[in-house]
Design a protein around this ligand. Structure first.
Ligand code: 5AD
Ligand code: SF4
Length: 489
């Protein structure tokens, strides 16, 4: 599938298409030599953005002739990394150790690291120094060059690097490294290998301009860049033609979509255009920043038959004092007003959130404010994180809190979140609601696992051929955070 094309950079896409042909020859040669399939495994850490990037990585690998497998003991293993919290980084370092054992047993194995972690110079230094068996490192901006980079890896960069190659590619020890600080390029029409036949993520924008003081994302994902609406619509139409009925529009801050395009367009306007696509049943989006969620967006969701009644609205903290130190640009009252307005306008909407506990300077009283917001809003779910110092961000230079104190506060928040979520999920008991059938239940193959519009999971009796279809299910038995139900004709 060499049908790359872009408005931004047609020539570059042609180059990548040529490299893909060269890489395909390499894989073919390997296959002949080894007299077996050449396998590749892509491991994703982190968020939905990374998951979508991994589908692009897998798409390129599959086009080159690799057989994709789930086992990391493959001929080529790619780690697409996350750096939003330190435990994500530590997990990757731990797993890398295991890969080195696989490589000892299969010296032809190639190991690739990319994603948010490898956008950071200090991480690259550490890998090149302590994990020198890694063959290739690149970041978040240059995934579309994977075929070119891999060709260098297999053929030896000294032998095949041409004059028109990117100057940013260097060799450090045995590792090929290409890290870009920034990019303006949005590469369209890359081959993609989708994980699910019936649903897909769709990037609508990349990067973030908000610089919340705790967050590494603006440093590793660069400045906000929106895709052209026409490109997005064309992509979704093609997905629908290929069997997709649900899309998740992806951006770090979808509410500021389109503001910097040559012909500006609002996120609501984009949603209205997506809504018109025939054959598409469900539209989701994430993430919404509370600072610029417009009344127009609330109206658009309210009047839509396709936009799911679920909104992920990160709170981070309920304390106005801490929100200011976080540079979130809203305070406790503004968040509460917004969340309660959304609930008033769309009563069956579910609101989920992200909360950070232990930001520098946070007191017990600040956490009380967070708990107050959780109770007043009644979140359907909340991802609660312990603050993690990210080198290079403003908050890293602030005085950090005592770990024991943070743990106590975290437990208080978690308990409140779980209680509220349990109450919320009970509200749909006995209701008949549409469910998208997603997979055969992992524990019991007579059951199908599906998702309600509000993102709640429901398990019910059904057969495999329902997967990818929307059916009506009565939510009979609430089991903590999910339901057992029954199909209703
Ligand atoms: N420490 C802890 N949590 C963080 N997040 C972002 N940066 C940090 C950090 N340094 C959380 C935020 C964000 C989610 C994706 O990750 O809650 O919304
Ligand atoms: Fe990070 Fe804030 Fe941007 Fe979200 S909005 S990615 S938390 S800087």
């Amino acid at each position: 599938m060499n049908d790359f094309e872009t408005r931004d950079n047609k020539e570059e896409i042609k180059r990548q298409s040529d490299y893909l042909s060269l890489l395909t020859e390499v894989v073919k040669g390997l296959k002949q030599r080894k007299n077996r399939d050449i396998t590749a495994c892509v491991e994703t850490f982190g968020c939905q953005m990374n998951a979508r990037d991994s589908e692009k990585i897998s798409g390129i690998l599959k086009s080159a002739g690799f057989v994709l497998i789930e086992d990391e003991n493959a001929d080529l293993t790619v780690y697409n990394t996350c750096s939003v919290r330190d435990n994500a980084n530590q997990k990757v370092y731990g797993r890398l150790g295991r890969l080195s054992v696989f490589k000892k047993n299969n010296p032809d194995m190639k190991i690739v690291m990319c994603g948010c972690m490898t956008q950071e110079e200090c991480v690259i230094d550490k890998i090149c120094h302590s994990y020198s068996f890694v063959d290739l490192i690149f970041g978040t901006h240059n995934i579309y060059r994977l075929a070119e980079y891999l060709y260098y890896v297999y053929e030896g960069i000294e032998n095949v690097k041409f004059d028109d190659s990117d100057e940013n590619i260097v060799k450090r020890g045995k590792t090929i490294v290409s890290r870009w600080e920034e990019t303006k390029v949005i590469c369209e029409h890359l081959p993609v290998d989708r994980k699910f036949p019936y649903k897909s993520g769709v990037n609508i924008m990349f990067g973030c301009n908000n610089f919340c003081t705790y967050c590494i994302v603006p440093y590793v994902r660069g400045r906000e860049r929106s895709r052209e609406a026409d490109e997005i619509i064309d992509e979704i139409k093609a997905l629908v033609d290929d069997g997709v009925i649900e899309v998740m529009l992806l951006g770090q801050n979808v509410n500021s979509y389109g503001k910097n395009l040559e012909n500006p367009i609002s996120f609501s306007e984009l949603l209205k255009r997506v809504e018109q696509i025939e054959g598409l049943s469900r539209i989701r989006f994430m993430t919404s920043h509370p600072k610029d969620l417009s009344d127009e967006l609330i109206e658009t969701i309210k009047n839509s038959n396709k936009i799911c009644h679920h909104i992920h609205l990160p709170l981070q903290s309920g304390s106005s004092r801490i929100l200011k130190k976080m540079n979130r640009v809203y305070d406790k009252e503004k968040y509460l007003d917004l969340a309660l307005k959304i609930k008033r306008e769309i009563p069956d909407i579910s609101i989920t959130t992200d909360i950070i506990v232990g930001f520098p300077g946070e007191t017990k009283e600040d956490v009380d404010d967070t708990i107050d917001v959780i109770k007043k809003v009644g979140f359907d779910n909340a991802f609660t994180f312990i603050y993690s110092v990210r080198t290079g961000t403003p908050a890293a230079k602030m005085e950090q809190l005592d770990e024991e104190f943070v743990k106590e506060q975290f437990d208080r928040v978690l308990e409140c979140v779980q209680e509220t979520a349990r109450e919320q999920v009970k509200k749909i008991q006995g209701k008949v609601l549409p469910v998208l059938c997603e997979e055969v239940n992992k524990q019991d193959e007579n059951l199908i696992t599906g998702r309600l519009e509000n993102n709640t999971i429901v398990h019910f009796k059904g057969s495999r051929d329902l997967i990818g279809k929307i059916v009506n299910v009565r939510c009979d038995e609430c089991r903590g955070f999910y339901y057992l139900g029954e199909i209703v004709e």
